[in-house]
Ligand binder design. Structure first.
Ligand SMILES: NC(=O)c1ccc[n+]([C@@H]2O[C@H](COP(=O)([O-])OP(=O)(O)OC[C@H]3O[C@@H](n4cnc5c(N)ncnc54)[C@H](O)[C@@H]3O)[C@@H](O)[C@H]2O)c1
Length: 511
């Protein structure tokens, strides 16, 4: 393992990412060179950085001494030959394989044989970049997220020929830079850009299937799923074109794997030039005074039911149970077999990935979406079958009595949160199955790279692997689409969970 604490660093490319990475290296005391083919870019970058740091000094976020030290460590260079003495070169240039390969070949001639050559690529194979370098074992991916000085996550990506100890050395360096480093094998999308795909795909799919409107979708994913932003808001922020192109690139790189198939809803936005915030129009219109689209729950009709019975598994949900016990309505609790809340003749059940409208028994039924935090839930997403307005008003009465507002959706297998999370868990399981990353690194990557409230494996532990598996099996059965096929790794995790639960029950019975 190499000690990189005093490493002399170079960053190539003075664009969005390069400047941030150079700032980071300089902040942590490394002699840092910044180089760009276009000298005007480096100078503009340095001027911009000076202004930005000065503003931070003015706000008291950093001291004058920190300002001086960072800028003293950062030097703009005009010729690639000036990088000869660098220990670590981080490339952040245009996202084109041939251009990166040409640059890396040039660097191999200029730098010492043991100079580490890292790429900040978001999507290009590290193995392919390294292939043209005489010592491919020193080429590695160091994938920062935008803005690099702020975002905690760094994916460290090993290509086929990358020397394993190099990843450990960079892991140490990233920890010293106060980052959260995770390791991944060079595969399309690495961790974050792969595992996050269902978040966008399932949101877009729900819109395509007319389940609800963008503002309702976003509201449910935020309020019930615990996500910082819904998929429409987030893709408007990222740029519909950027998000679409990442999806296309992952889809093609996996040889048209159906799980990553791009959405026609997003294609339409891109074709129209509705690229999101940057063009003033995406899913939402940002030219209007109200730039932050907010769903305002509508006033709902409410009719007090005669009888409410809470059965089965609902009793094992302590946070939800505690809320129900606060209800002003009279509730009966019973450990009956059926996992349902029965409001007069209406059954309320947690969605299991099946479709209400495919049921033929005529039973009045309401499916409820998963909620991430029942102790503070403000709303819940629901869908109804065989219910008239009076029935819906009775269900409204139950939830409104505990200050939870129903958000009614059209029938959708797995509804919005559980289905999205099940697909995220499934993708994370495939990623582990193929040896791309560990469960722990995937959870960290999703928390620190895209600000998910928790990682897919933490979700699966909370919801239960068996619930996730059953949800996916039902969605897979209904659509008969390969896209929803449960991962073998998910099946194994569910089986292990069942075995552990059985062991616990045996132990309790024996005790
Ligand atoms: N922008 C993001 O959010 C983001 C996030 C993570 C990773 N990345 C990756 O980082 C890399 C850079 O992205 P960006 O958004 O900063 O790009 P950018 O377009 O803002 O900047 C790229 C810079 O590289 C320079 N350049 C191009 N070819 C060069 C060469 N041969 N030698 C030296 N300089 C050259 C350009 O003049 C430009 O200043 C890409 O690989 C991208 O996929 C981007």
């Amino acid at each position: 393992m190499r000690d990189l604490s005093q490493a002399k660093v170079a960053v190539i490319g003075a664009g969005t990412m390069g400047v941030g990475i150079a700032q980071l290296a300089a902040t942590y005391g490394h002699s840092t060179y910044l180089y760009d083919v276009d000298a005007t870019r480096t100078q503009a970058a340095l001027d911009g950085l000076r202004q930005q740091l000065a503003a931070r000094v003015a706000k008291g976020k950093i001291s004058q001494a920190e300002y001086d030290a960072t800028l003293a460590h950062l030097v703009v260079v005009d010729h690639i030959e000036q990088l000869a003495d660098r220990d670590l070169v981080i490339e952040a240039i245009v996202e084109k394989l041939e251009v990166k390969q040409a640059l890396f070949s040039q660097l191999a001639n200029v730098c010492a044989e043991d100079t580490i050559l890292a790429s900040n690529t978001s999507s290009i194979s590290i193995t392919a970049i390294a292939a043209k370098v005489p010592q491919p074992e020193r080429v590695i991916g160091l994938h920062f997220f935008n803005p690099a000085p702020v975002m905690k996550l760094v994916e460290i990506i090993c290509g086929l020929q990358t020397e394993a100890t190099l990843a450990s050395s960079l892991h140490g360096l990233m920890l010293a830079w106060k980052k959260v480093p995770v390791s991944a094998k060079s595969t399309p999308g690495f961790i974050v850009n792969r595992v996050a795909r269902p978040f966008y795909a399932e949101g877009l799919r729900a819109l395509q299937e007319q389940v609800t409107r963008p503002e309702v979708l976003d509201y449910v994913l935020r309020e019930c799923g615990g996500f910082a932003m819904g998929p429409c808001q987030l893709t408007d922020l990222i740029g519909q074109d950027v998000n679409f192109s990442v999806t296309q690139s992952v889809y093609r790189a996996f040889y048209d794997e159906p799980r990553y198939r791009p959405s026609l809803v997003q294609q339409e936005l891109v074709d129209a030039g509705f690229l999101g915030r940057k063009t003033g129009q995406g899913f939402y219109n940002y030219q209007a005074a109200e730039v932050s689209p907010q769903y305002v729950p509508i006033a709902l009709q409410s009719i007090t039911p005669q009888q409410i019975q809470v059965h089965g598994a609902w009793l094992a949900q302590p946070e939800f149970l505690a809320r129900l016990q606060q209800s002003s309505l009279k509730l009966e609790f019973s450990a009956a077999q059926q996992d349902a809340i029965v409001v007069d003749d209406i059954q309320i059940m947690l969605t299991d990935g099946s479709s209400l409208q495919l049921q033929v028994d005529g039973q009045k039924r309401v499916f409820m979406d998963w909620h991430h935090a029942w102790d503070k839930a403000k709303a819940i997403a629901l869908s109804a079958y065989a219910c008239d307005e009076t029935d819906l008003a009775k269900v409204n009465a139950l939830f409104l009595s505990i200050n939870v507002t129903p958000v009614w959706l059209h029938d959708h297998a797995g509804l919005l949160c559980l289905r999205t999370i099940a697909c995220l868990v499934n993708e994370a399981c495939e990623t582990v199955l193929h040896g791309v990353a560990t469960e722990q690194d995937i959870d960290s990557a999703m928390k620190y790279g895209v600000n998910y409230p928790m990682g897919p494996f933490a979700w699966a532990e909370k919801i239960s692997y068996n619930t996730i598996l059953k949800t996916l099996e039902n969605v897979y059965r209904i659509y008969a689409e390969e896209k929803y096929r449960p991962s073998l790794y998910l099946r194994k995790k569910a089986a292990l969970e069942t075995a552990q639960q059985q062991k616990l029950m045996d132990y309790r019975q024996a005790g």
